[in-house]
Write a protein that binds this ligand. Structure first.
Ligand SMILES: *[C@@H]1O[C@H](CO)[C@@H](O)[C@H](O)[C@H]1NC(C)=O
Ligand SMILES: *[C@@H]1O[C@H](CO)[C@@H](O)[C@H](O)[C@H]1NC(C)=O
Ligand SMILES: *[C@@H]1O[C@H](CO)[C@@H](O)[C@H](O)[C@H]1NC(C)=O
Ligand SMILES: *[C@@H]1O[C@H](CO)[C@@H](O)[C@H](O)[C@H]1NC(C)=O
Ligand SMILES: *[C@@H]1O[C@H](CO)[C@@H](O)[C@H](O)[C@H]1NC(C)=O
Length: 498
């Protein structure tokens, strides 16, 4: 049985990981210029990037004040995974970055770039993945190769694919809604099969610009509310175009998506220091206008695309951090102020509250009701990294403490369907709790980074609220809840050179 088949039943759980982007700051790595030099995949730039990746993470954490909710969007030029390039370092480098961020408790969204390039990477070569079956097959084979890589599989939070809407294959009505729905469906299937994470359909800013006047049709190159609905969510670049609010309303009205499925990337230019124009007069008013709309539209997560938009010392038309990595640009500082978390909100999938949860000075007697004293003797030493595969295979379930959450102390629980400690205790007990139930639940001690024994699974019933095995909502692969109303980020820039 193939791995895909084996894990297929879990797809829905993944697709339903709630509110995965609420309160998340997203960013492309700094000093990874997007458009020049073949997406920075040349050796010199990659070496530079690998050398500064930790500084970048640190900068993000400090400035976006979200040390535990960071999402990094990694742009990968898909042709680098082709047979032609397999001898090159493309996938190896991507894998090393994915693993690095994953191990640093950062959620990784993999963004497959340039579907309009063929396997050679040659611009405007024949790679029309909408109409040409062989181009599509080749592009998807490259994606599959990446997603199946054991260093990448299981370490992703979501996957997105650069849209075709601005490519010359689709402009001027060359792509129909049906064709894009077909493509989107195929990509969604592939991403579900191989990565078991949601497919966020990407559209760029021009998508919103078609929503003029009463906005009868929102259709750019076949990208419409209907064809977008073939994905699990939308990852949309945007700036302060006046048509943005109309467009978002139209999308909400005519697609299957609700505000939680839509993440806008705030992609206004550094108009004070480049030749890009401000839409409303200044970068400050552009951003406040954009956030005003964001709020008015009821959206919850947001993103900024390129943390830096230029090679070291180069132009930085859209970046949020200075190209030398020494701090934030004016625009980055404004974003940072929006990203500052307010009071922590409960994570989205709130389980029944624990019986009684009183913070206690002594962590050994922290006040939770336990059915037997012996439970306190249970130990669990797995890391979150160890736990994720168990969640994927359905051996554990996890969730947030909801209204019982104590920020910074106890936020997340984890239940094993079968735990040795539970087996031992029940073997000793005169009347076993529930025949055949060996579940045991723990709560993560945020300061000690350790699991504190809580209660038998059979007493808590936390794993039973879903028919299929639960997987951790992605914000819980990073321990902790999701703060409200804060940032997300997406990489990227201006209308790309598509
Ligand atoms: C890589 O890209 C940088 C930035 O554009 C350039 O300065 C450098 O010469 C390139 N290196 C190689 C080996 O191509
Ligand atoms: C970070 O968040 C904390 C808690 O909300 C807040 O007290 C602090 O001022 C924030 N720091 C910055 C630099 O925004
Ligand atoms: C897309 O269209 C092709 C050709 O008509 C068809 O074979 C394929 O099944 C369709 N794919 C999806 C996912 O609908
Ligand atoms: C929208 O997001 C919610 C929460 O993550 C998810 O349950 C739902 O399936 C998504 N909707 C679509 C249409 O994918
Ligand atoms: C947490 O750490 C403190 C000191 O580091 C220790 O005294 C305490 O027992 C630990 N608590 C738990 C629940 O592991």
């Amino acid at each position: 049985m193939s791995r895909s088949m084996l894990l297929l039943p879990l797809l829905l759980s993944f697709a339903h990981a709630d509110l995965i982007f609420e309160g998340t700051v997203w960013s492309a790595p700094t000093r990874l210029s997007s458009w020049s030099e073949r997406w920075m995949m040349n050796d010199t730039l990659w070496d530079t990037y690998l050398a500064v990746r930790d500084d970048d993470l640190q900068l993000l954490r400090e400035n976006f004040n979200h040390s535990r909710y960071l999402t990094v969007i990694l742009y990968f030029p898909t042709y680098l995974a082709s047979e032609l390039h397999v001898g090159s370092k493309g996938i190896d480098r991507l894998a090393s970055v994915v693993e690095h961020f994953y191990n640093a408790n950062t959620q990784v969204i993999l963004f497959f770039g340039r579907p309009d390039f063929d396997d050679s990477g040659c611009d405007h070569c024949d790679a029309d993945i909408v109409h040409d079956p062989s181009s599509r097959a080749s592009f998807m084979a490259n994606m599959r190769r990446v997603l199946q890589d054991p260093r990448i599989f299981g370490h992703l939070h979501a996957v997105s694919v650069y849209w075709m809407g601005a490519s010359h294959y689709c402009t001027n009505d060359r792509c129909s809604e049906d064709e894009i729905a077909n493509l989107t469906t195929a990509l969604t299937q592939l991403i579900h099969e191989e990565a078991q994470v949601p497919h966020l359909v990407h559209v760029d800013g021009p998508f919103w610009e078609s929503c003029l006047g009463d906005c009868l049709a929102l259709n750019v190159g076949g990208y419409t509310p209907t064809s977008l609905s073939a994905g699990d969510g939308v990852l949309a670049e945007s700036w302060t175009q006046g048509t943005l609010p109309n467009g978002v309303r139209k999308l909400l009205q005519d697609s299957k998506f609700s505000p939680i499925n839509i993440t806008l990337i705030c992609d206004v230019p550094n108009c004070y220091m480049s030749d890009k124009l401000c839409s409303t007069g200044s970068v400050e008013s552009d951003i406040s206008t954009w956030f005003g709309w964001h709020k008015e539209l009821g959206l919850r997560s947001w993103a900024v695309w390129n943390f830096v938009d230029g090679p070291v010392g180069g132009a930085n038309d859209y970046g949020d951090v200075k190209t030398d990595g020494s701090g934030l640009t004016r625009k980055g500082k404004i974003y940072s102020s929006y990203a500052t978390p307010g009071p922590l909100s409960p994570p989205p999938s709130t389980p029944p509250p624990p019986p009684s949860l009183t913070p206690a000075a002594d962590p050994h007697s922290w006040g939770w009701t336990q059915s037997t004293l012996q439970i306190a003797s249970c130990h669990e030493t797995k890391t979150w990294k160890d736990v994720v595969p168990l969640a994927i295979s359905g051996q554990v379930c996890t969730g947030g403490l909801g209204s019982q959450l104590q920020p910074g102390l106890f936020e997340v629980w984890l239940c094993f369907h079968d735990h040795p400690c539970s087996r031992q205790l029940q073997a000793l007990a005169l009347s076993p709790l529930t025949d055949g139930d060996y579940g045991m639940c723990f709560v993560f001690h945020e300061q000690n980074k350790s699991w504190v024994p809580w209660e038998y699974g059979a007493k808590l019933h936390l794993c039973e609220s879903s028919s299929s095995p639960r997987v951790p909502p992605s914000d819980q692969t990073l321990p902790g809840p999701t703060p409200p109303e804060t940032a997300g980020v997406l990489p990227e820039t201006s209308p790309p050179p598509m």
